[in-house]
Write a new protein. Sequence first.
Length: 91
Amino acid sequence: MRDPLDLKPKVVAGNIRKIREYRNYTQDYLAAKLSISQNAYSKIELGYSKITLDRLFQIAIILDVAVMQLICIDHRIAVKLDTPPSELYKM
């Protein structure tokens, strides 16, 4: 049986990609905002690169979502992209 924690980085990477695509942002755009190359950003979305907590917060700010939306592993919980991050903490 596979350890659920092994899946977490891939889930986070997938959530980042899905939200980026929903916002119609390119990988180049996010890479520029993060001051990294597009290739380095692509590795984040593919789950090849481990990201720091600081980087995770930067990505959440750029995508205008709460960090919890990026690390949500339970896909039954809908990611509410129309709700500002500050409102999510009131729930």
